[in-house]
Design a protein around this ligand. Structure first.
Ligand code: GTP
Length: 596
């Protein structure tokens, strides 16, 4: 296709503002999906995406569109909307020349509307402002068109109004895309350069890599090379998604399509990498490749220790389709054998654990999420700590923690309660702006460790669900952080150690000791439950002694009954963990970790 007749665009929006629904309508209006084959969220392939109604992986689809007697190829790239997947959003944006900025006409601008808009502007994309859901009775297009126009410039009349549900305005929108989005430019004679903006694992076809060609062309059967690793693969199939895969004779300048090489592991074709041909390799990769960096860590343990090999297997399989997932084996006194896993954020963690449970039938327990700390001891040695158990024991000089820039959007009545929450989480206010008469944007810097637990839940409940949140990494900062250990009869229980701010250490210690006291059954001796910073005890409870004698009930007589009881007790013991001399049922640990 002549690049003059190609338009590459994406849809960016806050969660639930209706991207996937609008994409569905576009598929129908352009005729690439017949009405009888249509199903909601056509492009969201994973069960979990459909159920939660969220998009996790990006998708690309090519649609023909007639305008002024010409046929244009519109490549639409549906992007994920959640903060955890910002990296994928930014790669998708880099594959486009234009973006539809979609805003719910009953909600107005939200935190991720802004975050995604800024990303799009950084990528020099042409922005097409659109209000969606104008069929809703609560829609107020006049008000929000003004809000949008204030934000990006132009007149409120330029803001298109559509409904992804009824299809109203969708054809005008596609015409607007053709008019306003610049066509791609590249050098057809230069060595091939294509940017990988997504790669997914398909159990039948292996890895399917989505590329946007910038220069040159790729053809079937060619040997291609990944520029970050130098790995060479033979191209088994090349084509476009429409939205079902359609093999083509190749991809030229500005085109968007997929590649299949028979490779089984998405790590072989990384998002952001540049693909070229082995025969005539490009010299310079396209800009922008960064490895996705895990931000949140948690230990995942099978509840039944016998499932450990299955868990390893399942993680290996998930890794094939999720290059951002990291894991390594770890053992814990309390929980046995498991894996330390690194995630992009909390939603990523939640999705991975849910997939492990549902797709692989595993029962899992996850330890409290932790971030990456850098600890400097007095001998100037710096240790990277992603698990409290790695916290050095010597004299500590300083501890630094990752910081994030947080943007919160909410109706102005909630400003007070939001500020209170952010202050209690060691946030410092960067600025505050009114987006209209009603809504305010608050910007904070805050330790990531303070938002990984339950910040979003608290924010939502304090604002009746009206606040939206976005954050991005913003370097590191020193803080007065300590490791709090929990001891059972003097023995440390590793799964409960936590790195917390000194001001919160006492509260954490009291909470955990009380919780364990309530959950651990009495033993034959008194068991102290303590919280400590180094050797200093900061909280203490004790579990009183109780003599437990299963045979007492048997009045001497019946030997076989006695044996049965002893057998039964032995069964029970298998699920017991020993911490020093203290027997703790695994359930108690699990309950203590999951309780709130
Ligand atoms: P993420 O993939 O999570 O970012 O969400 P999304 O932006 O793709 O939103 P989605 O298309 O899943 O729509 C969110 C909700 O809004 C769904 O319940 C849709 O049925 C509803 N919705 C989407 N478009 C419209 C519309 O034009 N009118 C009405 N009334 N509802 C809509």
């Amino acid at each position: 296709t002549d690049p003059a007749f190609i338009r590459n665009f994406c849809i960016i929006a806050h969660i639930d503002h209706g991207k996937s629904t609008l994409a569905d309508r576009m598929l129908q209006v352009t005729g690439v999906v017949a009405d009888r084959d249509m199903r909601a969220q056509y492009l969201d392939r994973m069960d979990i995406e459909r159920e939660r109604g969220i998009t996790i992986k990006s998708q690309a689809v090519r649609m023909p569109w007639q305008k002024d007697g010409n046929t244009f190829a519109l490549n639409m790239i549906d992007t994920p909307g959640h903060v955890d997947f910002t990296y994928e959003v930014s790669r998708s944006l880099a594959a486009c020349e234009g973006a539809i900025l979609l805003v719910d006409a009953a909600q107005g601008i939200e935190a991720q509307t802004l975050a995604n808009l800024y990303l799009a502007l950084e990528n020099d994309l042409e922005i097409i402002p659109v209000l969606n859901k104008i069929d809703l009775p609560a829609a107020d297009p006049q008000k929000y068109a003004t809000e949008l126009a204030n934000l990006i410039g132009g007149s409120p009349d330029d803001v298109l109004r559509v409904s992804g549900k009824t299809g109203m305005g969708v054809e005008d929108l596609l015409d607007r895309v053709v008019e306003r989005v610049p066509n791609p430019v590249g050098d057809p004679e230069a060595p091939a350069r294509g940017m990988i903006f997504d790669s997914v694992y398909d159990s039948y076809r292996g890895v399917v890599t989505y590329v946007r060609m910038v220069d040159g062309a790729l053809a079937p059967r060619e040997r291609i090379q990944m520029m970050s690793t130098g790995a060479v693969h033979e191209l088994l199939e090349i084509g476009v998604s429409s939205p079902e895969p359609v093999p083509s004779k190749g991809l030229g300048v500005g085109e968007v399509g997929y590649l299949i090489t028979g490779v089984k592991d998405v790590r072989q074709s990384k998002v952001g990498d540049t693909v070229t041909t082995a025969r005539k390799a490009a010299e310079e990769p396209l800009p922008g490749y960064t490895d996705p960096k895990p931000m949140v860590f948690s230990g995942l343990y099978p509840i039944d220790g016998a499932d450990y090999p299955d868990l390893r297997d399942a993680l290996d399989k998930l890794k094939l389709s999720d290059a951002a997932l990291n894991y390594e084996p770890e053992t814990s006194v309390a929980l046995g054998f498991g894996f330390r896993c690194g995630f992009l954020g909390l939603l990523h963690l939640e999705i991975v654990t849910e997939r492990l449970q549902r797709e692989f039938g595993l029962d899992l327990i996850a330890t409290a999420p932790s971030v990456t700390y850098h600890v400097t001891t007095e001998d100037k040695k710096v240790t990277t700590v992603t698990n409290p158990s790695e916290f050095p024991s010597g004299k500590i000089q300083s501890v630094s923690e990752p910081m994030v820039k947080v943007g919160i959007l909410a109706p102005k009545d909630y400003v007070g309660t939001i500020m209170e929450l952010c202050q209690s989480r060691r946030g410092s206010l960067l600025g505050m702006e009114y987006l209209g008469e009603e809504r305010v944007e608050l910007r904070y810097t805050m330790p990531l460790g303070e938002i990984v637990f339950d910040f979003f839940d608290h924010l939502k409940s304090r604002t009746q669900g009206y606040a939206s949140l976005d954050y991005e990494p913003s370097g590191e900062q020193d803080a007065d952080l300590v490791k709090v250990d929990i001891l059972l009869q003097g023995e440390q229980v590793d799964a409960f150690s936590a790195i917390v701010h000194r001001d919160k250490a006492y509260a954490y210690g009291v909470m955990m000791t009380e919780r364990l006291k309530a959950l651990i059954p009495r033993q034959q001796f008194e068991v102290p439950v303590q919280a400590a910073i180094g050797s200093r005890i900061i909280a203490r409870e004790s579990i009183r002694a109780m003599r437990k004698d299963v045979l007492a009930k048997c009045y001497g007589g019946d030997i076989s009954r006695k044996r049965k009881l002893l057998e039964k007790q032995k069964e029970g013991k298998k699920r017991m963990k020993m911490v020093g001399r203290v027997e703790v049922p695994q359930e108690a640990f699990i309950a203590a970790l999951s309780g709130d």
